[in-house]
Each structure stands twice: as C-alpha cells, then as structure tokens.
Design a protein around this ligand. Structure first.
Ligand SMILES: [Zn+2]
Ligand SMILES: [Zn+2]
Length: 280
C-alpha cells in the first residue's frame, strides 16, 4: 500500500537556509515525498531575523509570497514554505515566544494547508551592547558558542554580520561597526534554521504535524487536510446551566464540513465563579 497520494512525488522547499534538510525525515516518512531546495532563492527579501530587512507583511502573507517567488522560477506543482517569528517574552527577557508556520501548496489540486506551532523557548536572545564589559554575558544569553550570533548596527544603515561563531569574528564585526560610527549595536542569536539546531527541531515537529494533516481525509466529507486542532469553551454552569467561559472540549475539526472528532471533554460542570450569569 502506498504511503499517501503523494508517494514518490517531488516537493520543492521554498527556502534559502536549507530547511529541506530539517524537514526531509518527517515528510519522507509520513508522505513518501522527496524534497529539494533551490540553492539561491532570495527569500531574505521577505524579512530577516537580524532585522536588516523588515518583514513586509504578516507571516501568512510571507508564506504565500515565498511560494509565489519559487513558482516564478520552478514549475513544480507541490511546494512547501515556512516562516518563523521570535520575540522576547515581555516579562521574562531570558525566554522568547516562538511561532512557526508552514504551508503545503499543491497547485495541481488546488490544495493548500497551513499549520502553526507556538512555543516558549530559551534559545533566542537579543540585546543592545551598552558596554564592552557586558559582551561575554550577552553572548552567553544568546546561546553562544553553541549557537551563532548576529551583530547588527541599530542606528546606521549598514549591513549586519551574521553567522558569527568565533570570538575573533564577533570582535572584528563590533570593531568594524564602531569604526564606521555605529553607536547602537545589537547582539542577537542567529535564528537561521541551518545554524540553529533547536529551531530546526521545532520546524521538524511542525513538518510532521503538517504532513499528518496532508495525508488525513475527513471521515465525513473525505476532503484531505483533516486534523486542525480546535478548542470549545462553554462548559455549563453547575448552578444555572448557562454556558461559561470554561473549556468544554478539544477536538480535531474539518474546515470544509465542520465535522469534529473529540479528543478531550471536560468532566462535570463549570464553577459558578466562571458563569457570566451567576458572577457577571
Ligand atoms: Zn469534512
Ligand atoms: Zn450560573
């Protein structure tokens, strides 16, 4: 029996930083596809982590833009693209909120699916270098030397230094920017997937999630892409039976026919404390 309707097909990964390597294992295992990334696709025009190119739209718009760019140079019908966004936690600066999106685009069948993964990660850090004595501490928080860093002039229109792995390279980058007149220099973890094994792992998990949905058909309407996670609130109040804000169930949902397959349901009823009628 074949793995999926995509068994043996070629999938182009619309990425520059060798994401194909990160997602080959789950995609091949779950769908039987082969993956390939064009070596010189300029996806940096859609924003870079180092901040020297701002992202010109929402992450989902960027997914579509990367697919469109790739499709303009290659005729392959099936493509995958991904997009990540990392921001420091507003309260706990040593952890970051990570969001990753991935799209499956099968133009021949008009089949498009986007999957998303959010996580809290200690593997992203960015800060301004206020004085040289702090450099060692900032680098440590960035995950260096295990992870590479970027050095970015925040107040000048100069290019960033990326993928810095040795102390000498970091020092040289800072000195060059200072010599050019930069007063504000930002040091950050280099989040490009090829240099960041933790991010690669997140992307791999997301790819597995996406691949499972790609091959799963809805039990009711038989459309592919079944499995979007969905939460339902509205657990009934124990006193008056009004639907409360409390979580009632978690299910997988079909976006075509709204069929729901429940994976968890709350037992019992909601505390009247959460009831909009009993405790408005
Ligand atoms: Zn359905
Ligand atoms: Zn009530």
């Amino acid at each position: 029996m074949s793995l999926s309707r995509y068994d043996g097909r070629l999938v182009i990964v619309a990425s520059r930083h060798d994401k194909a390597a990160a997602i080959t294992r789950p995609m091949a295992k779950l769908l039987g596809v082969r993956l390939w990334s064009p070596p010189d696709l300029d996806t940096d025009q859609f924003g870079t982590f180092s901040g020297d190119v701002a992202r010109p739209g929402t992450p989902v718009e960027m997914l579509h833009a990367k697919i469109a760019l790739c499709r303009s140079v290659l005729p392959n019908p099936i493509m995958v693209a991904s997009e990540g966004s990392y921001a420091q936690h507003p309260l706990f600066r040593c952890v970051a909120l990570a969001h990753e999106w991935m799209i499956w685009d099968d133009a021949a069948n008009g089949f498009q699916l986007i999957e998303h993964k959010a996580a809290i990660t200690p593997h992203y850090y960015a800060a301004m270098l206020e004085n040289v004595a702090e450099l060692e501490l900032l680098l440590q928080r960035c995950g260096w030397p295990k992870l590479a860093v970027t050095v970015h002039p925040a107040d000048l229109n100069l290019p960033s230094y990326k993928g810095l792995q040795t102390g000498a390279d970091i020092q040289a980058a800072i000195e060059t920017l200072q010599a050019a007149g930069a007063k504000k220099i930002q040091i950050a973890t280099d989040m490009r997937a090829n240099l960041h094994p933790y991010r690669q792992r997140t992307i791999r998990h997301l790819a597995a999630k996406l691949a499972r949905r790609v091959r799963t058909a809805c039990p009711q309407c038989h459309q592919f892409g079944f499995g979007q996670r969905h939460t339902e609130s509205g657990l009934e109040c124990a006193d008056c039976r009004t639907p409360s804000n409390q979580l009632k169930a978690i299910c997988r949902r079909c976006e075509f026919c709204d069929y729901r397959k429940y994976t968890w349901r709350a037992a019992g009823q909601a505390d009247p404390f959460y009831c909009p009628y009993c405790n408005p």
